[in-house]
Design a binder for this molecule. Structure first.
Ligand SMILES: Nc1ncnc2c1ncn2[C@@H]1O[C@H](COP(=O)(O)OP(=O)(O)O)[C@@H](O)[C@H]1O
Ligand SMILES: [Mg+2]
Length: 264
């Protein structure tokens, strides 16, 4: 679309523990490292993206909750991170109460979309939204605001089962509140090459979903899981590890898809 200034990519999967937050943090860091101006919006009350980027809870006076209730905008809620070019709107447990706050409002699904249409939000080239593990009002706000959705799938036996439900939800969102919603891609995470079943899952997912699946496989990597406890993206904690390298590769695939989309 002409005149589009930022790309809003929502990272969603209603299952917990599939790598949403890890992907949000490391994809954002990789994009920032190549010079993009990136904003993460943490929409999970757990606040793992905020913690993983070293944002102390005491510094979360304003958060994505304030953004959604409309009391404050992006400019006031955003915080810098230790990664140059990467900022975050943190979350707090207040988000657990968001349904109570806005459920009666007719624009309840469009709160994030409206907040992200401000000039400050448009100054970022990428906005990544990290979702909670459910289809609640928070996830619906994230899907309504997005240009595209990026789905992390853990390489495990039940991966495909939840996926059909997710794709159905994306279709519903497209038909109701966000016709432009695209699938950026599906990323296979925590791949363990020593596990025969994992390879089978990869084959199945590729057979079913073809082109939508990124070529990059994110390996299960202990350095990736250690990094958040230091408040750092894996890419800063250990750039050379296989997980960091995979996230850099994923970023280049994401950018390539964006270029193709613009050219189309
Ligand atoms: N590639 C990986 N290798 C090893 N551990 C990982 C990897 N990706 C995620 N993890 C770990 O798995 C757990 C769940 O990941 P997370 O990104 O928090 O998932 P979600 O946000 O979907 O709940 C976390 O403890 C995280 O550190
Ligand atoms: Mg998470």
């Amino acid at each position: 679309m002409a005149g589009e200034k930022n790309r809003i990519i929502t990272i969603a999967n209603q299952k917990g523990g599939v790598g949403k937050t890890t992907t949000a943090i490391n994809l954002a860091t990789a994009l920032a490292a190549i010079g993009e101006r990136v904003l993460i919006v943490d929409l999970d009350p757990q606040g793992n993206a905020s913690t993983g980027l070293g944002i102390d809870r005491r510094n979360r006076e304003l958060s994505s909750f304030d953004l959604l209730i409309g009391s404050h905008g992006v400019a006031e809620t955003v915080l810098p991170t230790a990664v140059p070019n990467l900022s975050i709107i943190p979350s707090t447990m207040d988000l657990l109460g968001i349904e109570m706050e806005i459920a009666q409002q007719s624009d309840r699904v469009f709160r994030l979309k409206r907040a992200l249409s401000s000039d400050e939000a448009l100054s970022y080239s990428y906005v990544l939204v990290d979702c909670p593990p459910s289809f609640n009002l928070l996830t619906m706000n994230a899907l309504a605001a997005a240009h595209s959705v990026l789905v992390p799938l853990q390489c495990e036996f039940f991966a495909l089962e939840g996926l059909s439900q997710l794709l159905e939800t994306v279709d519903q969102v497209r038909r109701s509140v966000n016709p432009r919603l695209d699938i950026q891609g599906i990323v296979l995470t925590m791949f363990d090459s020593r596990n025969n079943l994992a390879q089978q899952v990869v084959n199945d997912v590729r057979t079913h979903l073809g082109e939508k699946v990124y070529h990059t496989l994110i390996p299960r990597n202990v350095r990736v899981s250690e990094a958040p406890s230091y408040g750092k993206p894996a890419i800063l904690y250990d750039l050379k590890c296989a997980g960091s390298q995979a996230y850099l590769q994923l970023a280049s695939e994401v950018i390539q898809r964006e270029r193709q989309r613009k050219a189309a």
